[in-house]
Design a protein around this ligand. Structure first.
Ligand code: GTP
Ligand code: MG
Length: 202
């Protein structure tokens, strides 16, 4: 009996499309990360880093990983564009928050923007993956050092992790995606979004 329900649950999850928001301040490396993700998980080549320009609208990346469909939404991080982020919160299953780990002078800006994201009620219970990006640079701090620096409060009930990544050479991307898929599959928020999507079908 248990295996029947487990099989059904796995089947439903395989039909679920997970929406993952990629946030972070400008130049953190969000779009570079998205393009690397696409290159690693789909047949698309992904834009080379030298062709990526600052994001003004929305970049979307669709990939399949661990038998699930993932849709990534990458938004611009310039100060004037951050007010757009919240329009996407309600529909997001999880958040990736990207930080340039080699640029300590911008940690404070990153931290306050992240705290604002976490305070928003539309993102309640969404798993959070904080990425310490640009690990290919010598002066990048580790994921642990970044976590200590950010010293985020009120994370106790939220599922979260810090991951060292290089969006240029791909370090840490597989681990990031595995963690995200696993966390979203277990998340109560996923059930909530599924119920809401079902009840809106007339
Ligand atoms: N060395 C190194 N550079 C990176 C990495 N990721 C991104 N960059 C560089 O950082 C700069 C900004 O990258 P983007 O991907 O455009 O940053 P973004 O967060 O999308 O910026 P906005 O769209 O303005 O919010 C570019 O020059 C990238 O080549 C990385 O892992 N290592
Ligand atoms: Mg961008």
């Amino acid at each position: 009996m248990f295996s029947l329900f487990y099989g059904l649950w796995k089947y439903m999850l395989s039909k679920t499309e997970f929406h993952v928001l990629i946030l972070g301040i400008d130049k953190a490396g969000k779009t570079t990360l998205l393009e690397k993700l696409k290159a690693q998980y789909s047949n698309s080549e992904g834009l080379p880093p030298d062709r990526i320009v600052p994001t003004v609208g929305l970049n979307i990346g669709r990939v399949e990983a661990s038998n699930t469909k993932l849709v990534f939404w990458d938004l611009g991080g310039q100060p004037g564009l951050r007010s757009i982020w919240e329009k996407y919160y309600e529909e997001a299953h999880a958040v990736i928050y990207v930080i340039d780990a080699a640029c300590p002078s911008r940690f404070e800006d990153s931290k306050s923007a992240l705290e604002k994201v976490l305070r928003h009620e539309d993102l309640q219970g969404a798993p959070l993956l904080v990425i310490a990006n640009k690990q290919d640079l010598d002066d990048a701090v580790s994921a642990e050092e970044l976590a200590q620096y950010l010293d985020l409060k009120k994370l106790d009930e939220r599922v979260y992790t810090f991951q060292a990544v290089s969006a240029i050479d791909g370090l840490g991307i597989k681990e990031s995606v595995n963690w995200l898929v696993d966390s979203m599959e277990r998340s109560k928020r996923t059930d909530l979004l599924r119920v809401r999507a079902g009840s809106s079908v007339v």
